[in-house]
Design a protein around this ligand. Structure first.
Ligand code: GLY
Ligand code: MN
Ligand code: MN
Length: 437
């Protein structure tokens, strides 16, 4: 587990400073039943985890901002009987010492203590509407505090969304986070290379999925970061295909969009390569266009550009390429203007990446302009091209779906491609696949 008391207390201190005064309530996620007494694998809430590093369910962080700032955790109590069945839990004493909170209480003390903690606080920072169960609890506590008015106690006048404050904090990654994201991307990159080596005609998409999952878990990732896409041939033209249950055909391409989660941090990589190990002419033509557009986009993912610059750069190259090979008609300016390219490229070129695969943070600034790229941002760059059969499309390109996606850290000097270990040139792919036969 990657943890540092200094790192996580610094994150809480930053939030406490931006709250100025008031109390914040940040609960973690609930466990979810899969069926009867089986649960889905537990995943903590990203905001809670960002501020605590604490991975157990039934926990909530309370921050008190003001002259004497304080962080308080409520967590499950030690329970030897439950630990025999479910495994280790910290309990308040060990949680306080290990994670560096000022105070820690058991989750069962929460109801009794919260009205007191909310009394005489000017504002409450809480994400109303994010979780109905917590909304009911918080409303009940607020009403209990309001009922104390005649005794001279005041309730918070304003409720502000604590997530909005944390979002901008999470957008700029610290060196600690960058190290984790680099490792997450490294694991996923090696996993993609392994999947590529193991691919051959006649195998099933799910067999190839097993190959990258093998590498994720072997290297210590706790889970895939999102539902993996393993899409052979025409399946790649379905953007969110995830059945992953089709046989791979000689002559088709295979698109894999898969990333892992390492101590909460996501990687998100897509590679597309020939099932046989050798691109056909039309596949290669389209692949080179998508790759060139991706390289052009990465080139402008730097601090002197804004959020939309990589998308604009990718689009420029894609549209020219589509015209050159006969997918679109007209000049580049005309096709950009009339949007005909959307028949083949209908998504944007990336998103912020972090604890969530589609991470938090604004894409525009307060003036409504695209946000400037800054050192510490991590984003994906993922142009693609998806050609469904149609009367206006040369048959040679039918059912070809390609996406190339990397994870890019903006640095003071330019950028670092965190997922650079995953091979992507035609020559490297064909050489690697020839070597694996
Ligand atoms: N894998 C999700 C995405 O690429 O956005
Ligand atoms: Mn992505
Ligand atoms: Mn992806």
């Amino acid at each position: 587990m990657s943890f540092s008391i200094e790192e996580f207390s610094a994150r809480r201190d930053q939030l406490l400073a931006s709250m100025v005064k008031g109390v914040a309530i940040v609960p973690t996620a609930a466990e979810m039943v899969r069926n009867r007494d089986s649960h889905f694998p537990y995943r903590f809430d990203s905001y809670f985890y960002y501020l605590t590093g604490f991975k157990e369910p039934d926990a909530v962080l309370i921050l008190i901002a003001g002259e004497a700032p304080k962080s308080i955790l409520f967590c499950r109590e030690k329970d030897m009987e439950r630990e025999i069945w479910d495994g280790f839990r910290y309990g308040p004493d060990a949680a306080k010492e290990t994670f560096g909170f000022d105070e820690v209480y058991t989750f069962s003390q929460l109801g009794e203590m919260m009205p007191k903690l909310l009394s005489n606080q000017a504002q409450l920072f809480y994400s109303l509407g994010a979780d109905a169960v917590w909304d009911v609890k918080v409303t009940k506590w607020l009403n209990l505090v309001k009922d104390l008015a005649r005794t001279g106690v005041s309730a918070p006048e304003a409720v502000r969304d604590v997530r909005q404050l944390v979002d901008q904090q999470r957008l700029i990654k610290t060196p600690f986070e960058i190290d984790l994201m680099r490792r997450s991307a490294d694991i996923a990159a090696v996993a993609h290379n392994r999947a590529m080596q193991k691919t051959a005609p006649g195998k099933m998409e799910n067999e190839i999925e097993a190959e990258f999952l093998h590498e994720f878990y072997r290297k210590g990732a706790q889970a895939p970061a999102y539902t993996s896409i393993v899409a052979g041939g025409a399946n790649a033209c379905t953007l969110h295909y995830n059945a992953n249950n089709t046989k791979l055909n000689d002559g088709d391409l295979l698109l894999i969009d898969a990333g892992c989660e390492l101590d909460g941090y996501a990687s998100d990589i897509t590679r597309t390569f020939p099932v046989s190990g050798k691109f056909s002419g039309p596949q290669k033509d389209l692949y080179e266009i998508v790759l060139a557009s991706q390289l052009a986009a990465i080139e402008v993912a730097t601090p002197n550009h804004h959020w939309n610059s990589p998308h604009e750069a990718a689009l420029d190259v894609l549209v020219q390429g589509f015209i050159d090979i006969g997918l679109c008609k007209g000049t580049k300016e005309q096709v950009l203007e009339n949007g005909d390219y959307r028949q083949f490229y209908m998504h944007r070129t990336g998103h912020w990446l972090g604890l969530d695969v589609h991470d938090v943070g604004d894409y525009k600034n307060k003036q409504g302009d695209w946000a400037a790229l800054e050192a510490g941002h991590v984003l994906t760059v993922e142009p693609g091209c998806y050609v469904r059969p149609a009367d206006n499309v040369p048959e040679a390109f039918w059912n070809i779906g390609i996406r190339i996606e990397d994870d890019v850290l903006i640095t003071a000097q330019g950028n670092e491609v965190l997922s650079k270990g995953a091979i992507k040139t035609v020559a490297d792919i064909e050489a690697q696949m020839a070597g694996s036969k």
